[in-house]
Design a protein around this ligand. Sequence first.
Ligand code: FA5
Length: 352
Amino acid sequence: MTLPTKAVLQQLEQIQKQASEELEKINDPKELQLWKVRYLGRKSRLTQVLRSLATLPLEERRKVGVRGNEVKNILESSLAEREKILEEARIASSLKYKKLDVTLPGQPLSVGRLHPITQTLEEICDIFKGMGFQVIEGPDVEWDYYNFEALNIPQEHPARDMFATLWVDAEVEGGKARLLRTHTSPVQIRLMEKKRPPIRVVVPGRCYRYEATDATHESMFYQVEGLAIDKNITMADLKGTLFEFCRCLFGEERKIRFRCDYFPFVEPGAEVAIECLACHGAGCRVCGYTGWVEILGAGMVHPDVLRRGGIDPKAYSGFAFGMGVERMPMLRYGIDDIRLFYGNDLRFLKQF
Ligand code: FA5
């Protein structure tokens, strides 16, 4: 059945009025969706009216069609407007609950801290700075030449067994292979090549060894190297410097043991050990049941090493030392396993 044009226009007015009145009252997004289906959906009255236009004569169809599209546009923009109002109301009400309540207890800020090994490194460097040493660094990936050959450890030398090495290159010919430095001593040569005496430096840095880990050994650990070269430097300077360092770090009362040791790059060589705090010298797994923990190797720089660094051993002499950093806090606080430092357990790390 075809409705007369006037009736169709009236229907359109009625749809618009009714839809607008209902929309005004909607405060819930779900209801808004239902309204949209009811008035703008495929089965809505408006869509049906617009479809029925096909049956009208051309002139009428144009007139009613224009009005029909106007109503549709008005309803669509009213819907968008209402959606905006509801969204703004939702945000405003959520903010209302987030208002600052000054009576609530404060939320503590969790503050980060330096890793105990970083703290120890800083402390060690500060002690040596106080004695006039400069702090420098060297590369972790090192040439065989600097790590071994220049330090009197040529290929096939049995002392290479002291340093189980992680190699970067397989080819070792002519000191050209790269490795992860097994100690900080290669920086001695690098520095001598660049700087003339007087030299007084400490070198903090990571070292790597291909060895099984246990309570006192890690495959990655820190060392601080020391090097002093000048005229008339003697073993007494070395001993005085190291004893002063130990007193600063461990206190006056702590027992220190200084005795002979062998390193190919020093002559004579020495080792320093500290009385074990974990057992007070009685013997435990930290000290390997000896009562002592070795903290560093040291000695007078070998004349061949000075020569390789371009320094005349007849005019200058020097001392060097290399200390294990993790063992310092272990000794100070009685920590019985080096692996705790790198286990990333915050309960342990937060104590420092
Ligand atoms: C050296 O590495 C020599 N370069 C030290 C040196 C420097 C001697 C200058 C003479 C002159 P050694 O391998 O003993 O020496 O290591 C020195 C210190 O590093 C040890 O006393 C120990 O405290 C620490 N250390 C060695 N290996 C490990 C490891 N696997 N884990 C943790 N600490 C280690």
